[in-house]
Design a protein around this ligand. Structure first.
Ligand code: ZN
Ligand code: ZN
Length: 371
């Protein structure tokens, strides 16, 4: 049974070294000693207590790293941090060495266990939060308003839904792809056959082979490596504007959580390649107009492939409705929302009735006009 460390007294926490986080793991105010957090609005470190603002390090551009395959073991490890895992939702959260997490930033569960001391690669880039919590919350409310089937109670309670800012792990790939291909396509044509009463038009297919080559420059292909968001959701929230990313600096994490990647670099490159191959097939299809497809064989080679391990900003939250959890995420850059909202039975029923009424109306009209 996992211990709930939130229930420990301050003294017990000190005994176990748990309160050291205050001193060691945060940037503190020179004025009053309180915690500094990164403020997306001013892009500065701000003291939570006295509001003193401190400048961030000068933003430097991200340097992509050459991808040579099986890179994970050979690159710089992220020193001074450790990982903990949430037993409830499976997220792995990165903490500084002496820091402890009381609750999971994704699901709020207090059941957190230390995993390993191997935090993996150090991020080389970060896309800082642009949206404040307030703005992200406003986006969420707007999104929820558009869910016409969401129960009234959920919309009412949404005001009080707290949000957490989390940096999620992504791998960003660039590559110059050269690809040869061969394919067999078919084009339909019609002929008139037979004579007299039997004369008719039939459709036939003319098959043809094509081959050729393509140059395809892949830039900033972003693959999520998070447990908390799917590639589909990532696309739903509009992806991330990776060219705006800056070199990783610890200061951006102040006041936020960060998740460790759960899909490694090499596995993510596999995912990236299959996306690239889908694009290449589409390019071949577009180059050779056709009606039907027999097969497309592609032979891509990847040149000058680079990767960046990038942290991207997400406001996450969830709420309970009738004992079920509904999670949602807000893009910390553009405010786009992805998530599920419960469906009110009453609202859906009314909509179905209205739909039926509309159908009945149309039916009546057709009857009236034609019979
Ligand atoms: Zn202060
Ligand atoms: Zn969790």
């Amino acid at each position: 049974m996992q211990e709930d460390i939130t229930k420990l007294t301050d003294e017990e926490k000190t005994d176990r070294g748990l309160s050291q986080r205050v001193d060691i793991n945060t940037f503190s105010c020179e004025n009053c000693g309180c915690k500094l957090v990164f403020d997306p609005a001013s892009r500065k470190l701000v003291c939570e207590a006295c509001d003193t603002k401190y400048p961030m390090p000068d933003p430097k551009p991200v340097t992509p790293i050459a991808y040579t395959g099986l890179s994970e073991s050979t690159y710089q490890a992220w020193g001074g941090v450790k990982s903990v895992r949430c037993e409830n939702c499976g997220a792995t959260i990165t903490l500084k060495e002496f820091e402890t997490a009381n609750t999971c930033p994704f699901c709020g569960s207090p059941v957190i266990t230390d995993t390993d001391q191997i935090p993996g690669l150090k991020p080389n880039g970060i896309l800082p939060f642009v949206l404040t919590e307030k703005e992200a919350h406003a986006s969420f409310i707007k999104w929820l308003k558009r869910r016409i089937f969401a129960p009234h109670k959920v919309k009412k309670n949404a005001k009080h839904t707290p949000m957490k800012g989390v940096y999620i792990p992504t791998w960003v790939f660039s590559s110059d792809v050269f690809c040869t291909y061969e394919a067999r396509f078919g084009q339909h044509y019609t002929v008139t056959v037979g004579s007299g009463k039997n004369r008719r038009t039939v459709t036939r297919t003319r098959w043809f082979h094509v081959s050729g080559s393509l140059n395809y420059n892949v830039r900033d292909l972003t693959i999520e490596a998070s447990k908390m968001i799917t590639q589909k959701q990532l696309e739903k929230i509009g992806g991330f504007d990776m060219p705006a990313a800056v070199e990783y600096e610890e200061e951006y994490l102040s006041g936020f959580s960060s998740e460790r990647y759960s899909t490694g670099l090499d596995d993510s490159w596999e995912v990236a390649q299959s996306k690239i191959c889908n694009d290449l097939r589409d390019l071949v299809r577009r180059r050779h107009p056709h009606d039907v497809e027999d097969y497309i064989n592609i032979f891509p080679t990847y040149n000058g492939t680079t990767y960046e391990y990038m942290l991207a900003p997400l406001w996450v939250s969830g709420y309970k409705y009738r004992k079920k959890d509904y999670g949602f995420v807000v893009n910390g850059r553009n405010g786009k929302v992805a998530g599920k909202s419960p469906v009110s039975v009453v609202r859906a029923f009314i909509a179905a009735l209205l739909g039926l009424a509309a159908l009945a109306g149309v039916g009546y009209l057709i009857y009236y006009l034609f019979f």
